[in-house]
Structures are given as C-alpha cells and as structure tokens.
Design a protein around this ligand. Structure first.
Ligand code: UDX
Ligand code: UDX
Length: 482
C-alpha cells in the first residue's frame, strides 16, 4: 500500500514531535495531527508550541504548511489517511477495577470507535501509545465491529523517545520496533510503515516482531530503565550511611561494559509520564496472570523511588532543626527532568507536597513549567499506594506557595534552596549572591548533584547532595550536634 497521507490522533509530547520529524524526513507524504483539545491545536499553529523540546520549533517551522498540519477535524483526518497513528494518553486508571494500577484505555477505545465509524477505505492503525499487552487485539475487535465493511491492519510501533532529547532520539533511534500480524496483509502493513522509517533509519535498526512482543518490549524497556535509577538511588542511601560517594560508584560500575554508563545518575527520584505508569501496568498484568513474585519484584522499583523522594523531604525537615513551619524554602526546578516543560509525576510535586504538609512556605522557580501547571500538580497529587488520600485544599496550597519567574527573587530570605531538576542554567547562577540574600545558616539541598560541593561550601552553604553524605557532612548539617 502506498502511503500518501498519515493522520496522528493526539497532539501531545509524543504525537507532535514524532509527526514533525516524519514530515521533515518524508516530504512526499502529508501528515495531519489531530486532537480533541482545540486550544492545543491552536497553539501548535503558532510559534509558542504547547510542548517545549530543544530543536522542535525549527523542525515544525520547516514543515508546517508544507506537509504537516494540525487540526481538530478528526473524522476528516481519519478518512483521508491510509495510515492512522494513535498517540493519545493512557494514564493510570483512577476508578473501578484496576484503579491505581491498570492503564486507562478509555481514550484509546474512543479513538478506535471513531476510526471504525469514520473510515470509508482500508486503513493501517498504528499504536504509538504505551499499552498493555494484547491491546492491539482489543483495538482490532472494536474496529471490526464498528466499521462499514472496510479492513484494518493493527500495528504496534512503540515510541522510545525521551523528553528533552526527543528530536535527537527520533532522528537517531537506537531501534525502531514494528509489531504486526503474521498474515500477508499484516506483513504488508509492517513494510508500509517500515518504508517511511527507512527514509532516514538504517534498515538493520528496524526490527519486525509479533504484535505482542512489540507491546511488551516497550513496558520492559521502561521497567529496566526505571530499575537502573532505583538501583543507583538505593545505593545512594547506603553511600550516605557509609560515607561513600555514589557518583564515584556509578562511574566505576558503569565502566564495566556489561553494565554500561547510562542511567546511573542518582537523583531525587525518577518522574515522567511513563516509568511509574508502565511499571504499575506491568505489575497489574503479572498479578492478572498469577505471577505474584514477578509483580512484587517490579513493585519494589516504585517503592524505592517513593522512598527516595520521601527521604529527601525528610532530610530537609530534619536538617532545618526538625521544623519547616512558615520557613521560606526555595525550590529550583519543577520539571521531571531538564529541557522539558512536562512535570507529570515529577519528584518535585511529591517533595513540595510533603513540605507543604509540614507548613513550609514554598518559593518555586522553573524556567519552563507554567505556574498554572504547578498549582494543578499540587491540587491533583495522587499516591499510587494510598489512592484515597486527599490532596491539600487549593486555598491552603495557594496561601503557602509563591511561584517566581526570577530565581533570585525565589531565594530571598529563604532558609534553604532545593535543586530538584538538573536545568543547565542552575549551574551558572551567582551562588554567592544567592547565599547573601538567604537566612543563615543557608542550606543547599542538591537533589541532582549538579553543583560543585566544595565551591558551595566555600561560599558558606551547608550542603546536602544525594548519596554523598559523610559522617562529617552530616554533623555540619546538624549544627546543634547529633
Ligand atoms: C504519550 C503516549 O501516548 C503514552 O501512552 C505514553 O505513555 C506517554 O506518552 P503523551 O504524548 O505524552 O502520551 O501524552 P499527552 O501529552 O497527554 O498527549 C495526548 C494527547 O491526546 C492530548 O493532547 C489529548 O488532548 C489527546 N487526546 C486524548 C485526544 O486527542 N483524544 C482522546 O480521546 C484523548
Ligand atoms: C522514558 C524512556 O527513556 C523513553 O524511552 C520512553 O519512551 C518514555 O519514558 P522520559 O520519561 O521522557 O523517557 O525520560 P528519561 O530520560 O527516561 O527520564 C525519566 C526519569 O528518570 C527522569 O525523572 C530522570 O530525571 C530520571 N533519571 C534518569 C534519573 O534520575 N537518573 C538517570 O540516570 C536517568
């Protein structure tokens, strides 16, 4: 099948950048991104894109109006395309069976029904969203039962891009995975999609699998990555207790070619829309199939991550003489990692929530996350293992929270400054000036280990870094003695 037009449902962090790069690399194919959110679509049609990603605007400007369009006319986009990508969100289910664990497939199901109704010619439907294993089968059943006699092929083509490096990841993927049906029609659909990727990806990097292997590969990849972060974070707690340095350990362990150096950076805990959601989904699947030991193995990766976030906020409270009540605490960084305006599941949300419950006065600064989003995150905070715990009331949050667009204003009169995202700009600040405006002793909690400890101590800060405590450091953080 010759692909002339591709539609993508979902103009989010995955759909937008993915289609922009496809359009750039396949100038003879038209790409249309549609979404139910008219505001988001309107924003994609301006230069103030809803997604902040380094390099994205340049690509969008090159292709928008040429062979990339953004629209709210979902039916039209479906009907005129030969291939339809599903890139809608699949959050953790918040109600009923599987609440707090399973993926909520209501958006995917709604889209499948809409495709079934709107399609008047045969289509290839591609799952881009992360989905539980065997979802393709469910999509196929829905499509077949609500279609008007047209035929569908369902492929799984999981997206492995990481936010903040999405454009590079799309241009130079480690691999492209396409799962499909083993029938001749299935094989032809796989080749149609592979044919688009082959414009810029080396053929040996394009892997063809059964659809279920493809679906499960995505969950497995995210579980393994999250597990590495939890592994190094587990060692960070032990380093603090024993006086070792977690970054030195990561360097030495990472030089073992069997382990490799990536994803070994100790932190305040992983965040993002995928890791926790996908592992919860994996745990739910394991329990469904009666694999309790496997479920518990993966559950510990999330529990350790919760521990790491809680450990950090506890450290702040304990260090500030066991109370942060009405103390100004500056928070640098709200995004779940640098170079994105996304804060879904960011460790900052949970640390801020803990500190607000301890009555701190938070002064937040992030270069990209909007104030509206920060308040929304706190008002709707949910803990996967305590789903019914209510968030703090909005008026209480607002009375204790100030959001700044100037980092130096955020630290004025603060007792402590917390670095929760590894934004590059933080390392270039005038930390002497920051120290001068803070209350004394001035505490610095570097949750990303991006600031030079010695330089900060020379300025006069009492410094905590993740996985770098020594008995001496601990004593210096507790000036009233141990
Ligand atoms: C993606 C994947 O799709 C998800 O499975 C993965 O785990 C995380 O990344 P992402 O692009 O980050 O999701 O989500 P988001 O930025 O929330 O974008 C999804 C878009 O789909 C939203 O703009 C939403 O309005 C849209 N949507 C949702 C529809 O157009 N139709 C719907 O029925 C539901
Ligand atoms: C992840 C996967 O990497 C990507 O392949 C998949 O498609 C979506 O999920 P993303 O969540 O965007 O991507 O970012 P990632 O770079 O994986 O970081 C996730 C979290 O782990 C961030 O909070 C990050 O700060 C944290 N992290 C990562 C660490 O704490 N230490 C590390 O060494 C690496």
């Amino acid at each position: 099948m010759k692909i002339r037009r591709v539609a993508c449902i979902g103009a989010g962090y995955v759909g937008g950048p993915t289609m922009a790069v496809f359009a750039d690399k396949c100038p003879d194919v038209d790409f249309c991104v549609v979404d139910i959110d008219p505001e988001k679509i309107a924003q994609w049609n301006t230069d103030d894109l809803p997604v902040f990603e380094p390099g994205l605007l340049e690509v969008v400007k090159r292709v928008r109006g040429r062979n990339l369009s953004f629209s709210t006319d979902i039916d039209e986009a479906i009907d005129s395309a030969e291939m339809i990508l599903l890139a809608v969100n699949t959050p953790t289910k918040e109600y009923g069976v599987g609440r707090g664990m399973a993926a909520d497939l209501k958006f995917v199901e709604r889209c499948a029904r809409q495709i079934g109704r709107a399609a008047r010619t045969n289509k290839i439907v591609v799952e881009k969203s992360t989905l539980p294993v065997r979802t393709a089968e469910a999509i196929r059943t829905i499509l077949d039962s609500c279609s008007n006699g047209v035929r569908f092929q369902v492929l799984s083509n999981p997206e492995f891009l990481a936010e903040g490096t999405a454009i590079r990841d799309l241009l130079e993927p480690d691999r492209v995975l396409i799962g499909g049906d083993e029938s001749p029609e299935g094989a032809a659909a796989i080749e149609a999609l592979a044919g688009l990727y082959e414009r810029w990806v080396a053929p040996d990097r394009i892997i063809r699998t059964r659809v279920w292997s493809s679906e499960l590969s995505k969950l497995t990849a995210n579980a393994f990555l999250a597990q590495r972060v939890s592994s190094i974070n587990a060692m960070s707690a032990l380093c603090e207790a024993t006086g070792a340095d977690v970054d030195e350990i990561a360097k030495s362990v990472g030089m073992d070619s069997r382990v490799g150096p990536k994803f070994l950076k100790a932190s305040v805990g992983f965040g993002g829309s995928c890791f926790q959601k996908d592992i919860l989904n994996l745990i739910y699947l394991c329990r469904h199939y009666g694999l309790e030991e496997v479920a518990r193995y993966w559950e510990q990766v999330i529990r350790l991550n919760d521990y790491q976030k809680r450990r950090f906020s506890k450290k702040v409270v304990q260090t500030l003489f066991n109370t942060v009540s009405d103390k100004k605490i500056a928070v640098f960084g709200w995004a779940f990692k640098k170079d994105t305006n996304d804060s879904r599941e960011s460790a900052a949300i949970y640390i801020a929530d803990d500190l607000l419950r301890d009555q701190a006065a938070l002064q937040v600064y992030d270069p990209r996350v909007s104030p509206k989003r920060i308040v929304h995150d706190l008002v709707s905070v949910k803990r996967w293992d305590d789903w019914d715990r209510p968030a703090l009331p909005e008026d209480e949050i607002r009375s204790r929270l100030t959001i700044h667009d100037d980092p130096y204003a955020a630290v004025k009169d603060a007792h402590a400054v917390l670095v929760l995202t590894e934004w590059d700009e933080f390392t270039g600040y005038d930390w002497k000036r920051i120290h001068d405006t803070m209350q004394k002793p001035a505490f610095l909690f570097d949750g990303r280990n991006i600031l030079g400890r010695k330089a900060m101590e020379d300025i006069g800060f009492c410094v905590y870094q993740v996985g770098k405590g020594t008995p001496d450091d601990a004593a210096s953080l507790e000036p009233w003695g141990r």
